[in-house]
Design a protein around this ligand. Structure first.
Ligand code: NDP
Length: 245
């Protein structure tokens, strides 16, 4: 009976580092069966091995969220292995901050492909399975940048506002699905390594040094949403460091 299921099948995109990795480790500790996806297969394989050695259940599979076929294959493999998909955590994301006048158009497109199209690909891949199950939980990792816009974050914010918008639309349309948006504030991860402009990168790093939370804090928030009874949908959680302005 799904409403009392305590060991859920949880698929996590972008599980090779940061929030995705922390979420995989945390949820495995709670007894859930984890499928880790990312492009860096060596990393997700090592994390899955680690989880297994600690007594948890996890396996990994190569995943590029920008490629619908890759996402479909990732979800299908999990469904074949476990016979169901309870939770999809759409976590993969990139944040190459820049001023719009720099015209880093390839980076704009990358953010749209990973942060927005990647989430849509995940939703498209799990919806038929969750519709058949008449239950499921889609957790989309947005950002404080999905609530406010700052210089250098115009396109990043645009993708995260979009994630919140599509999550709300999906929630309204789905009677059997839980849809949760988790919006992290400054979190210590590798996300800032992807900023090409050295001054912007240094500024972002300084902000993280001043005020940030560990990725595990976001993992806890995701775990909280998952642990609610089936009839209770945590719509959105914003999790900031206390000292973040
Ligand atoms: P990391 O850089 O540590 O993790 C990003 C993850 O996304 C990696 O596992 C990476 O794996 C994966 N990824 C990137 N591109 C793809 C792709 N095409 N296909 C599959 N996976 C991909 O950063 P975070 O943990 O911080 O980021 C996780 C999420 O949290 C993102 O959506 C980010 O926007 C959001 N966030 C983070 C904040 C922070 O302060 N850190 C604040 C607000 C939101 P790989 O390269 O192996 O594919």
């Amino acid at each position: 009976e799904p409403s009392t299921r305590t060991s859920k099948v949880v698929l996590i995109t972008g599980a090779s580092s940061g929030i995705g990795e922390a979420t995989a480790r945390h949820l495995a500790t709670s007894g859930h069966r984890i499928v880790l996806g990312a492009r860096r297969t060596d990393r997700i394989a090592a994390i899955a091995r680690d989880i297994g050695q600690a007594g948890g259940q996890a396996h990994s599979r190569q995943l590029d969220v920008t490629d619908l076929d890759s996402v479909k294959a990732f979800v299908a493999a999990a469904d074949e292995r476990y016979g169901r998909v309870d939770v999809l955590v759409n976590n993969a994301g990139v944040m190459p901050l820049s001023f719009m006048a720099e015209l880093r158009i390839d980076e704009w497109n990358r953010m749209i492909d990973v942060n927005l199209r990647g989430v849509l690909n995940g939703i498209a891949a799990v919806l038929p399975i969750m519709a058949e199950q008449k239950s499921g939980h889609i957790i989309n990792v947005a950002s404080v940048s999905g609530h406010r816009v700052d210089p250098t974050a115009a396109v990043y914010s645009a993708t995260k506002f979009a994630v919140r918008a599509l999550s709300e639309g999906l929630r309204q349309e789905s009677r059997d699905l839980r849809v949760t948006v988790v919006s992290p504030g400054l979190t210590r991860t590798e996300l800032f390594d992807g900023i090409a402009n050295p001054e912007i990168k240094a500024g972002a790093r300084a902000m993280v040094d001043q005020a940030s939370i560990p990725a595990g804090a976001i993992a806890e928030a995701i775990g909280f949403a998952i642990s609610q009874p089936d009839g209770v949908d945590i719509n959105e959680l914003i999790v900031r460091p206390t000292a973040q302005g």
